[in-house]
Design a protein around this ligand. Sequence first.
Ligand SMILES: Nc1ncnc2c1ncn2[C@@H]1O[C@H](COP(=O)(O)OP(=O)(O)O)[C@@H](O)[C@H]1O
Ligand SMILES: [Mg+2]
Length: 225
Amino acid sequence: MLELRHINKYFKRGDDEQHVLKDISLTINDGEFVSIMGHSGSGKSTLLNIIGLLDREFSGDYVLNGLDTHELSKKKFTKFRNENVGWVFQNFKLIQNMTIADNVGLPLRYQGKSNKEIKQTVDRVLDEVGILDKADAFPKLLSGGQQQRVAIARAIVTSPNIVIADEPTGALDSSTTIEIMNVFKQLNAQGTTLIIVTHDASVGEQAHRMIKILDGQVMGADYEI
Ligand SMILES: Nc1ncnc2c1ncn2[C@@H]1O[C@H](COP(=O)(O)OP(=O)(O)O)[C@@H](O)[C@H]1O
Ligand SMILES: [Mg+2]
């Protein structure tokens, strides 16, 4: 379970401070599929970066799996992220001069796993997202949808309990969007908590719960779908 309590976030803007997240409190339970929607500039990515443990510069509390994230040292915070969260981005963020298998295996390499274990796990997750046949290819030879499958494989290779995606279908056409959403839904059906930021209503409505952000604030009650 993750709990945000009275989160406020400011960015410096010249001499001023911009109040980007305004007293956000929310709880997301294990196994939920939640979408976060709102206009461009409303603070979605800023909020997601906090939820996904990329940003720890905020006021308020963030308790994840019973642990207050402010109590972690910088090093432990990074380790905690790598163990608990898999990230997927709009533009895939694959390393161009590495094969698909090496891209997906990288988080395991950082964890010091053996070559044998890396290969077994990478093959399993590539199979799960339907692109095992591309293991030895390089990213630029793949379509956008295939690249996003690789990015999802990389996000789940460490078996995180939460997968977080910032506009994961933003660079994809509508039929590829449907395919990628099916991969995400399959993951969620297996028990992974899924949190997706999108401004595409057809994507957001596939979640079990929609959180709407307006100008840095959560609007009214959450929407159960
Ligand atoms: N690193 C940053 N430094 C300064 N301002 C930022 C930074 N990141 C985001 N902002 C500002 O915070 C506001 C919210 O941005 P963001 O969270 O990216 O919105 P969204 O993802 O909803 O489009 C915007 O006004 C943006 O310019
Ligand atoms: Mg954004």
